[in-house]
Design a protein around this ligand. Sequence first.
Ligand code: 5AD
Ligand code: SF4
Length: 469
Amino acid sequence: MDLNTIESDDIGTVAGQPAARATAAKKVFIKTYGCQMNVYDSQRMSDALAADGYTATDAIGEADLVLLNTCHIREKAAEKVYSELGRIRDMKAERADAGRELLIGVAGCVAQAEGAEIIRRSPAVDLVIGPQTYHRLPDVLARVRGGEKIVETEYAIEDKFEHLPRPRRAEIIKRGVTAFLTVQEGCDKFCTFCVVPYTRGSEVSRPVAQIVAEAERLAEAGVREVTLLGQNVNAWHGQGENGEEWGLGRLLFRLAEIPGLARLRYTTSHPRDMDDELIAAHRDLPSLMPYLHLPVQSGSDRILKAMNRRHTAEDYLALLDRIRTARPDIALSGDFIVGFPGETDADFEATMELVRQVNYASAFSFKYSPRPGTPGADMPGHVPESVKDERLQLLQALLLKQQQDFGSSLVGSSIDTLIEKPGRQAGQKVGRSPWLQPVIVDEKAGEIGDIIQVRITKTGYNSLFAELA
Ligand code: 5AD
Ligand code: SF4
């Protein structure tokens, strides 16, 4: 899937929070696990529920409906959901004693993969809804309130985008000056480690008109930076406004025309779908940020083959050469898996060597986690956990060093920064560099939504400090 996982904070104390409500309006608390697409989906569920009279809350103790938007990409993600459900079940029981209802829903990829099993394992759950059917949430809730338990896991993705309500202007403004926009969902690649083709279904691209309309709406509400999302975003294709078949490159050229949208990004891509027009977009579009997340997973051709990636390490490096020729200041990010079945020390060393050659600005790396139902899970030669640990440590140390070197290389240079939000410390604001690093500036440097030129003065662990250039 190649979407970076961002674990959201734990809820903390679930039981014992105040249950009082200020108004009679129903409230929904949505907790999001996993990738940016789940973040986007949670917002859209929130939009759909708003049409059904729910307001969103950040306090689980106020909620009449708790939705967990789950991730199935690695083992720990699903286990976390089950332990969270245990805590929410206790809260539901306390509520019932006080004569008030609390509905519990599980959405996302665990919902899709586990279906009715979730209700068997956690009987307090009222509804299980897969990612392709979020537009049916209001109907499903009506049936749940009528006493049914619902498991809704059909693949009906074309319907989803057609029927979800448009993001509301007030909500867009609240969500800030950067936004996600899903353009493609699902995957037909079937990498042998990955559950995504099973949980998100086969590849579907949203139509051009829908995407352009949503991007325009975001821009009108003040969004400056849009990240196009897809499990295989560069496999996106559709019929353009001129009747021709468009790929992602052409779509980016179109979106770059929208007034107010100063920055475009897309994630996550597969190396096999980087076509000439997309590379041309990197060459010709100043608003397409010079930062590319292009996962390779392994540097060993033997392992790449076993993973069904359908390219070699050499293919990947040659592709990067072409991209860097088109856009010399582009910085690379990637995903890696260590300890795929059959991975030897030599295979792992090939990964380390590839990382040394590419020099990543940032990257995500994971221990292989067998996913039931995927071909990798049944392959021989599973790697002991201790070996995976060792390899992960070595790889992460190398990637961290590259990330820090990249940050240091920017000290003294002037870069554009999009001011995003107030800083954690008084007197500061936080911006975002073209390469997604947080940039800490004086709060008087500009207003939220401004793009300003700053000079980098020093680096933090994960951020840059800057002054007005
Ligand atoms: N085990 C470990 N990592 C995985 N990823 C996907 N499936 C697995 C798995 N079974 C990683 C890949 C992908 C990222 C989102 O998660 O590196 O690009
Ligand atoms: Fe990405 Fe491969 Fe998973 Fe598709 S099957 S989502 S390409 S890792």
